[in-house]
Design a binder for this molecule. Structure first.
Ligand SMILES: NC(=O)c1ccc[n+]([C@@H]2O[C@H](COP(=O)([O-])OP(=O)(O)OC[C@H]3O[C@@H](n4cnc5c(N)ncnc54)[C@H](O)[C@@H]3O)[C@@H](O)[C@H]2O)c1
Length: 248
């Protein structure tokens, strides 16, 4: 029996990268997956996973920074399933500029997509998560929520916000039987990091003691653990999945 057998899971930003790996793994573990993304490629990804793994994968097009998109998704899920068991707030965009380089608009864009989205997701899915016996939210933060780098100012701020939002949501939602945790990936091989990984100096500076970037599936395994009932007594935690980067 799969570790997510019978569960309904929504994963944002799952057209590619880490979210795609999570969707594929969740389906293998028996979940019904709602694969969401702003990019229409999500439809192809959902069809590909259905074809290759089997199981139930449905694409939902949505912008995670839009409250009306979240409300539409909640209505659709309510109509089809009446509840949701797992929400993975994974979608995100990079922002590498320093405070000196950033404009106010650039700052706001990153805050909206990387931080406000997590607030909107948890808020709009709460009543559906209450319908689950074992609700679990996993937020994809970053090691940049734990340490500074001297650049990526808006990204650090947004991911730091996700970290603390996770902790306070864990306390707020515990009476409803909903756990809330976050992961902090280090450097992961994904479309987001393609350019960065092609620069040997950047790559060397960003990998942890394990000495290589993570593959998306290695992040997906950590998310699966937190999403599943194997983590039934775990809420409000930070789980770095960073090859030891933050151990130094
Ligand atoms: N790649 C890394 O090294 C790394 C490290 C730490 C944390 N993260 C975080 O992990 C998460 C996944 O990143 P990834 O590496 O898979 O990146 P990726 O760029 O490969 O995938 C991100 C996905 O999010 C989607 N997306 C972007 N903006 C969106 C929006 N407004 N609404 C809905 N979907 C949107 C994209 O279309 C894409 O499919 C992000 O939150 C990222 O910040 C990445």
């Amino acid at each position: 029996m799969g570790r997510l057998e019978g569960k309904v899971a929504l994963i944002t930003g799952a057209a590619m990268g880490q979210g795609e790996a999570m969707a594929r793994l969740f389906v293998k573990e028996g979940a019904t997956v709602l694969l969401s993304d702003l990019n229409d490629k999500g439809k192809e990804t959902a069809e590909m996973i259905s074809r290759e793994v089997g199981g139930d994968v449905t694409f939902i097009k949505m912008d995670v920074s839009s409250s009306s998109d979240w409300e539409n998704a909640a209505r659709l899920i309510d109509k089809k399933y009446g509840r949701i068991d797992v929400l993975v707030n994974n979608a995100g965009i990079p922002g590498r500029k320093t405070i000196q380089e950033l404009t106010e608009d650039e700052w706001q864009k990153i805050m909206d997509v990387d931080a406000k989205s997590v607030f909107l997701g948890m808020k709009s899915m709460l009543s559906l998560l209450k319908g689950s016996q074992h609700g679990s939210i996993v937020n994809n933060s970053s090691i940049w929520a734990l340490v500074g780098s001297g650049s990526a100012a808006s990204y650090h701020a947004a991911k730091g916000a996700v970290r603390m939002l996770t902790k306070t949501a864990a306390i707020e939602f515990a009476p409803f039987g909903i756990r809330v945790n976050c992961i902090h990936p280090g450097l992961v091989r994904s479309p987001m990091t393609e350019e960065l990984l092609s620069d040997p100096k950047e790559r060397a500076a960003r990998v942890g003691p394990i000495g290589r970037p993570a593959e998306p599936i290695e992040i997906a395994h950590a998310v699966l653990f937190l999403a599943s009932d194997d983590a039934s007594y775990i809420t409000g935690v930070d789980l770095p999945v960073d090859g030891g980067y933050t151990a130094r």
